[in-house]
Design a protein around this ligand. Structure first.
Ligand code: ADP
Ligand code: MG
Length: 726
């Protein structure tokens, strides 16, 4: 093993590097550069290439170029009303032509008389040659720099680019040669340069042409480490899980499906079959169910839960919000009613203190499904008259197995919650929960691992999903129930709100209904309620001949229920709502969705809201009422108008928001991606995944590849501790 492994360099603090003292080291730490390895992986943002220098007179406009010259004048102008903002204008000449460079950086170091290199795009403005915020480098200060190419490292934590470069130079000199943990056959197959070359040339290339292969190799490394972690995790879970063999051929599921008022789509049938196959094995299932809004995930989830119930196990559904949990509860209750599986109701007060109401096991096999709702604020059960169930009783019935199916929020993973024999757990809206919550729910089963189905309405390409959700298998509902007509989406300027009133009147006259979503106010429930209440007043006044209802998260569950039922029964024409209706609401007769200040909503939220209409056989319209004021807002509105395809919207969302913010720290390893971009480098991601999984398949504990294993642990750190937990 020639050279120093990256995992070893990851164990060295930065202050072992010449020129880095305690204070400097602390600054580096503040931006996540904790080790020599971190330092070496801090790649330049760009390069000044002196071999590509242009005379100022001949400089091409609009292209990335490097120029040199002497600074003849510097003006620093404090900008009024903008805090600490300062405009710095520097005038550079090569003797014949003058270029004006402008920065908005009060700390920019540049002085008259310096000879400098500038890199950026030149333009002509009112006859003057200008550059906006070019990278700047004083020439001739670093004598160690023999190359024609000057790397510009991102300054970070108060460490300037120049100092960063010096430190990295010193670190690199000490660290090289650097060992390559990647098996040679992979290097060959993918035509990758070795790691020592890559690290040397990403920082200090002899020729600019060496940067691309160096960068490619380092991007691959990031993706490969991530995929290796995922492959190892999956292997671990396989080895360690003690799953349940569920009874997949039972009556309950068959009866449920037969009682549905429609035929399942091909995609639903496939997903149910995939899930049933998982449930039948002794391995615990970890499956992601993703699908377009309205593609019918609820039925698939119900079929999975009933598989547990028919074998004498319990099912659980965890939703991220109270409203969502209630909606699931109501949705399931209706589905079971249709299938004739609802138990008779009793009065809760009369049942107080009764344990093991139904004698446990033999009753759980059907013919009825006993279901409970548990959230922070409320409990309900479908065998208890609404509003009369007592929390301690319901908790007890769940613990003793009298309840077959539990729907709830985070309450399900609280300490006080215990199940009798949890068999299948469904986690809805995965992107709002972290891995931790998933694991905690799984641990509610004692001595074995229940099967997990994770549902998300933020569809992303299957392979990408496999990576972001790592250890999960993926089922995709990529087919809509027949007869759906795509929703027409229009951006309506606020001044034309009258068009919205007209449309609502027309549709209501034709027997249809409308949703109006109030502006999003921060993340604050209270303000959101106020804004919905105001909009309710406005719409009631404008549409005084129509029946206008109001729903928001602070209504009591019973009242919410009553409003929802009134709307469902077409006793209301218009429903003014907060985002409580975002997910799950299903009213096929509704054909208008008006979203006020739509530019403030996130893309997936807008898509979800739009998904509340277009669910029946009628033509539907979504009006995005907005005068967008930000580029992001504009882009989101444009994307919504352009497509109804959730897959491409999800990609667009990823592009607008960036991978880090979309998946955040929630997905192990994604924050390790510094150079890689999962969308741009998608093809390489696929390669990395294939290679990593093949490696683990051939060498499950990486016994023959210890350096690769060490590297995953050292560089992904706490994110992958679970991998090495015994
Ligand atoms: P989502 O995937 O958004 O959760 P739902 O499960 O709420 O979608 O289903 C959306 C609507 O489609 C519901 O009205 C549901 O009853 C209906 N639906 C589901 N599957 C089918 C199907 N195979 N054929 C017709 N309608 C269906
Ligand atoms: Mg749903």
């Amino acid at each position: 093993m020639a050279g120093r492994p990256l995992s070893y360099l990851a164990s060295l603090p930065t202050d072992v590097v010449r020129g880095i003292g305690a204070a400097y080291s602390k600054k580096l730490s503040s931006v996540g550069i904790d080790s020599v390895a971190d330092l070496l992986l801090h790649a330049p943002r760009r390069y000044l290439d002196r071999s590509q220098e242009f005379d100022l007179a001949a400089v091409p406009l609009g292209e990335e170029v490097t120029v040199t010259g002497i600074v003849t004048k510097v003006n620093r102008i404090r900008l009024r009303g903008k805090g600490n903002r300062m405009m710095v204008d520097g005038y550079i000449t090569d003797g014949t032509t003058v270029l004006q460079a402008r920065w908005f950086n009060p700390y920019l170091k540049i002085e008259e008389g310096w000879e400098v290199l500038l890199a950026g795009k030149a333009e002509r403005f009112q006859g003057k040659l200008m550059m906006k915020s070019p990278d700047v480098e004083r020439v001739g200060r670093e004598t160690w720099l023999t190359s024609q190419i000057v790397p510009i490292h991102p300054s970070a934590g108060g460490v300037k680019s120049v100092d960063m470069r010096k430190s990295i130079k010193n670190a690199l000199d000490r660290a090289r040669p650097i060992h390559d943990s990647l098996p040679e056959d992979i290097l060959d197959r993918l035509d990758l340069v070795d790691r020592d070359f890559a690290l040397a040339n990403i920082h200090f290339p002899e020729e600019i042409a060496d940067v691309t292969p160096a960068r490619k190799r380092l991007i691959f490394d990031e993706l490969f480490r991530l995929e290796l972690a995922l492959a190892l995790r999956k292997q671990r879970v396989m080895e360690e899980s003690k799953g349940v063999h569920h009874e997949t051929g039972g009556e309950l599921v068959k009866r449920f499906i037969a009682a549905l008022p429609y035929d399942l789509t091909g995609a639903q049938n496939t997903a149910i079959a995939e899930i049933q196959a998982d449930l039948a094995t002794g391995h615990a299932m970890h499956r992601l169910l993703q699908g377009e809004v309205g593609s019918g995930k609820t039925v698939v989830a119900a079929a999975s839960l009933l598989t547990a119930v028919q074998g004498g196990f319990q099912g659980a559904v965890m939703a991220p919000t109270e409203v969502l949990a209630e909606q699931h509860y109501l949705g399931f209750r209706d589905l079971f009613e249709t299938a004739g599986m609802s138990p008779p109701e009793q009065d809760g007060s009369a049942m107080e203190g009764q344990d093991s109401l139904f004698g446990g096991q033999e009753q759980s096999n059907g013919p009825v499904v006993r279901m409970a709702l548990v959230t922070g604020n409320s409990v309900e059960a479908n065998f208890v008259t609404a509003g009369t169930a007592k929390r301690p009783d319901v908790m007890e019935w769940i613990a003793d197995g009298s309840v077959d199916l539990v729907v709830g929020t985070h309450s399900l993973i609280q300490e006080s919650m215990s199940f009798s024999r949890l068999g299948v757990a469904v986690v809805d809206e995965q992107h709002r929960f972290g891995v931790y919550q998933r694991v905690t729910l799984r641990e509610k089963a004692d001595g074995y691992d229940p099967d997990m189905l994770i549902m998300t309405a933020t569809p992303i390409p299957r392979t990408l999903a496999m990576t972001l959700y790592g250890d999960l298998e993926v089922s995709t509902l990529d087919e809509m129930p027949p007869g759906r007509i795509p929703v027409q989406t229009v951006n309506l300027p606020k001044s034309r709100i009258g068009d919205a009133f007209d449309l609502i009147r027309r549709e209501v006259a034709a027997g249809r209904q409308a949703f109006v979503v109030a502006p999003l106010v921060d993340e604050s429930d209270k303000l959101e309620v106020t804004s919905a209440t105001e909009e309710h007043e406005r719409f009631s006044a404008e549409l005084s001949d129509l029946r206008v209802g109001l729903i928001h998260g602070q209504l009591r569950p019973g009242d919410k229920d009553a409003v929802m039922h009134a709307f469902r029964d077409n006793e209301l024409d218009v429903m003014v709502a907060t985002t409580v209706i975002e997910v799950g609401i299903d009213i096929p007769n509704a054909t208008v969705m008006v979203i006020l200040d739509a530019d403030r909503f996130g893309l997936s939220q807008l898509h979800q809201l739009r998904g509340r209409v277009g669910r029946g056989k009628y033509h539907s319209t979504c009006l995005l009422v907005a005068d967008p004021t930000t580029t992001d807002g504009e882009e989101r509105i444009a994307a919504m108008v352009a497509t109804t395809d959730g897959f491409s919207l999800a990609e667009e969302d990823l592009r607008i928001r960036g991978q880090g913010t979309v998946f955040g720290a929630r997905q192990a390893g994604v924050k390790d991606l510094k150079l890689a971009d999962i969308l741009r480098d998608y093809d390489m991601l696929i390669e990395a995944r294939r290679e990593a999984f093949a490696l683990v398949a051939a060498d499950p504990d990486l016994k023959d590849h210890p350096a690769a294993a060490e590297e995953v642990r050292a560089l992904l750190g706490a994110d992958v501790d679970w991998l090495f937990r015994s």
